[in-house]
Design a protein around this ligand. Sequence first.
Ligand code: SF4
Length: 561
Amino acid sequence: MRIRLVGLNARFTHSCLALFCIRTELERHCPAAAIEIFQGTINDDYHHTLLRLIEGPPDALLFSAAIWNGEPVRRLIGDCLRLLPGIAVVVGGPQAGEVGRMLPPGSITVVRGEIEAIGADFYADLLAGRLRSHYAGSFLRLPHKELHFPYRDEDFRLHLQHRHIYYESSRGCPFACSYCLSAAEKGVWHKGLEQVFAELGEILRHRPQVVRFVDRTFNANPDRALAIWRFLAAQGGDTLFHFEIAPDRFSEEMFAFLATVGTGRFQFEIGIQSTNDATLAAIDRRIDPRQAHGLIRRLAAPANIHLHVDLILGLPHETKETYLRSFAAVFAMGAHYIQMGLLKVLPDTPISRHAEAMGYLHCSDPPYSVLANRWLGRDDMAALYWFGECVERFHNNRYFVSLWRYLRAGGEEIAGFFQELLALCHRQSFFQLAATQELMCRLLCLHLAGRDDEGLIRDLLRYDWLRCGHRFLPPCLGLEEGREQPEATRDRLYRTMPMAVAGVYDLGDRNHFFRKAFCLRLSAAAAARALGLGGADDGADLCFTARREESLFRFNEVMLF
Ligand code: SF4
């Protein structure tokens, strides 16, 4: 029997762990079957994908359906059934039920729950060509739980090259947030540490660029999380590891260890969702925002771990004021990336059962994005959505890092700052344009014009711009009249600097250094803000070199002369 497993990823660099897990189970239960893995993306040409799916043709197609690919999966299944009448089609994954509801009754098989928990009858029925329309199972309810390593050596060449590797060291989540499909079953099962270390060792032999742990709350058990982090750090290499963590499960030992991790090796995603107590209680998320604040500030201090925090727009009891307050609180924490996603009112989640009572209006099709609720009318919801888009464009990159640090340190009323910036963006049709760093610099300059600290901030913008590797200043960041221009600064430094500076240039490459460097005389106030320099009373001479530094944002190196 020829079985093709199909996953449509959001982008090429992603991979679909579910396919490898299904293959593992099929190999155990149907050893004679020929199993193929097919990974495409939702952006691929539809017709190419369809023709590749039916090539052969296979005897059975097994699809993985998620919220973001449910519609293309449904469409492909419909056309595969038309092209290959009688083929067995099975769909599993979080969106399987919805896909099944949209297709003619009895035309496909829907698997609910985890493939490892589906009984042996599923495999017997598949081989015998008599699949029922539904199978279900729950991994967490199995009396004997076991997860096998899903990858084979050849996968890293055939299916995983240049892609992120997804790895699962635990199943389940200790929380039950009311908007999440994982809320259906509370509890966590962990793989044994020896198994985890052996499997990670296998993966790391292939030197992947990125390994993403899919554990819903990686640090549900802090000691175990620390043991895995220690193991990973001890392996060396350049792989980046991504973890979803909860802010309330950290120990002093963990902080001490994390401060020693190589820059850029770990990346944390931390779901805050809201800092409004009534909202957190309503979604059953028992996390203390003050604790989260302390955690993120501490994690951010060594500047070696990329920190990504999430807020959700459209949660119960979240008004415009509380949402903006949540944003301001999260901004103050100092995370590098603030994701402000719309709530998705997913079928079968606790929140969907109370949606009517809470006045929820949401899109009728996946991903069921919220449009309004009792606390936020249509217009406020739309305004806050654009607010989040403004934050996404301006904050969530490496373009203006010094500016945000300055505003944070000065206690800026940041929600108001972004609301005014958003109004300017709308007036300038920003969201219809390519969001280049230069355009955003121009808008920030317009937005900041007339402030007492305008000159200082313009210098910070120049500093950030040049650290991103540009070798010129755009018109909006041109130096004010009376200031020494960059060419003059370079000439002066070339004339006055020693013939060799240890670790920077020597006699042999002095000319090359000054030819490649961009020199800027920064104001005293900005030098103090950007570089923490006291005593630079007349300003500071900076040389931005062509070399990249080993920092989270891989900025160009800057020398202070
Ligand atoms: S912590 Fe994450 S995975 Fe767990 S229930 Fe909440 S949203 Fe879902």
